[in-house]
Design a protein around this ligand. Structure first.
Ligand SMILES: Nc1ncnc2c1ncn2[C@@H]1O[C@H](COP(=O)(O)OP(=O)(O)OP(=O)(O)O)[C@@H](O)[C@H]1O
Ligand SMILES: [Mg+2]
Length: 221
């Protein structure tokens, strides 16, 4: 049984008085332990797809099954629980909380799940090369540093599914390689299932499988 499966998944956005399709029918399956890259031109629907799969937005049509639940049939509170317990999300625009420090942003993700915030936070910050940025707020950090905080926040709870929207998009090659190596290690050593959007062919090469999208659908697997 795949851990994630979609059937004819659709999403349209309302622009003024008309509806514009962003996803026109996505059928996909991801097995537990797979590391999947999603590629395709800007505007083809990659982020939209990830937001639906992560339970952040509602589909306009079709179905999503994840780890024994049908997400498209769950009420909002059920979806919120799955997001909290099982999904780690690295957003294209980070979505760090502006009033909290790097450390605070990671701790809050653990507190929300009722996990103790312990030395693990310091450890992961150091591992991400942020040992001396622990007390900085997002606006006091570079874009690449904020990106690394967002990644640390997503992986600290060991989610069942890790989703990342262009996680290396703002990083120099050293930091980019460090993140990719970490994703690969999580995948190989811990069987972490990963879905990663990328424009970077080096990043896609780290994955075990690539889905290519165009015009709101998957055109190549
Ligand atoms: N909230 C929204 N309201 C209206 N239209 C939207 C919204 N979000 C996305 N779209 C549109 O849906 C389409 C798909 O957007 P999406 O963000 O999924 O693309 P993407 O493949 O992630 O692109 P990029 O590589 O530039 O991040 C685009 O045409 C975009 O303009
Ligand atoms: Mg996007």
């Amino acid at each position: 049984m795949p851990i994630l499966k979609t059937i004819d998944l659709k999403k349209s956005y309302k622009i003024g008085s008309r509806w514009e399709p962003a996803l026109t029918g996505v059928d996909m399956e991801v097995e537990e332990g797979e590391f999947v890259a999603i590629v395709g031109p800007s505007g083809c629907g990659k982020s939209t797809l990830l937001h639906l799969l992560g339970g952040l937005h509602r589909a306009s049509g079709g179905r999503i099954f994840f780890d024994g639940d049908e997400l498209t049939a769950l009420p909002d509170f059920g979806l919120a629980a799955i997001r909290r317990e099982k999904i780690g999300f690295v957003f294209q625009r980070f979505n760090l909380l502006p009033t909290l420090s790097a450390r605070g942003n990671i701790e809050i993700a653990m507190k929300i799940r009722g996990l103790p915030t312990d030395d693990k936070v310091v450890e992961i910050l150091k591992y991400m090369g942020l040992g001396d940025r622990m007390h900085h707020k997002p606006r006091e950090m570079s874009i690449g540093e904020q990106q690394r905080v967002a990644i640390a926040r997503a992986i600290v709870n060991k989610p069942k599914l890790l989703m990342a929207d262009e996680p290396t998009g703002n990083l120099d090659s050293d930091n980019s390689n460090r993140i990719l190596a970490e994703f690969k290690r999580l995948n190989e050593e811990h069987g972490q299932t990963i879905l990663m959007i990328t424009h970077n062919s080096e990043a896609a090469a780290v994955a075990s499988r690539t889905l290519r999208m165009r015009d709101g659908r998957i055109i190549e697997d």
